[in-house]
Design a protein around this ligand. Structure first.
Ligand SMILES: [Mg+2]
Ligand SMILES: [Zn+2]
Length: 187
């Protein structure tokens, strides 16, 4: 069974721009490529799981999302980093699919296709829904404060008052910080 980190895309790896619809607007968050390279070097799979409801909403096509992922791979490769898998949910929220986070469908599918032990895996994102998907299948959860992360932290802080909500296992300022923590946990 492989070790893995499931990575949200927008606001975690690249700058959040709300419905990224053009490869030319893709900007990596500083340190993100280096963080992914460290995972590569440690033999830990780096797998993107991304909600792309802009497809279901008719804002852009699946081909555009694929082109953005091609550009993402190029920009990472320029810094010696690679993704081991990229999964995205194209559905409109009203479709009730099983892959749109906070549902865990993409994680389940990636785990099956890559032989990942989800209970030893980590999920990283800038929204509560990213972490909830991981929490549902027993991943450890890490909030990044890039993208919408500060807002998500506030909502988690409020939720500590009602004991029904889970809390992230760790909070880091950015993906680079997350990976340093993950590598410590993995010993
Ligand atoms: Mg995000
Ligand atoms: Zn879906």
């Amino acid at each position: 069974m492989r070790r893995a980190v499931f990575l949200d895309r927008d606001g975690t790896i690249n700058e959040e721009v709300d419905y990224l619809d053009d490869p030319d607007r893709l900007r990596l968050i500083p340190g993100a490529a280096e963080a992914i390279r460290l995972l590569n070097e440690a033999g830990i799979l780096a797998i993107v799981v991304s909600n792309q409801a802009g497809i279901g909403r008719g804002y852009f096509s699946a081909a555009t999302v694929e082109a953005i992922h091609g550009r993402l791979a190029e920009q990472l490769a320029a810094q010696g980093a690679r993704l081991d898998g990229v999964y995205y949910c194209p559905h409109h929220p009203s479709e009730g699919c099983d892959c749109r986070k906070p549902k865990a469908g993409m994680l389940v599918r990636a785990a099956r296709e890559h032989g990942i032990d989800v209970r030893r895996a980590f999920v990283v994102g800038d929204k509560a829904s990213d972490l909830e998907a991981g929490q549902r299948v027993g991943c450890r959860t890490v909030l990044v404060l890039t993208g919408y992360g500060e807002q998500a932290r506030e909502s988690f802080n409020k939720a500590t008052l009602d004991m029904t909500s889970f809390q992230p296992d760790h909070v880091s300022k950015d993906l680079r910080g997350v990976v340093e923590w993950v590598l410590e946990q993995s010993g």
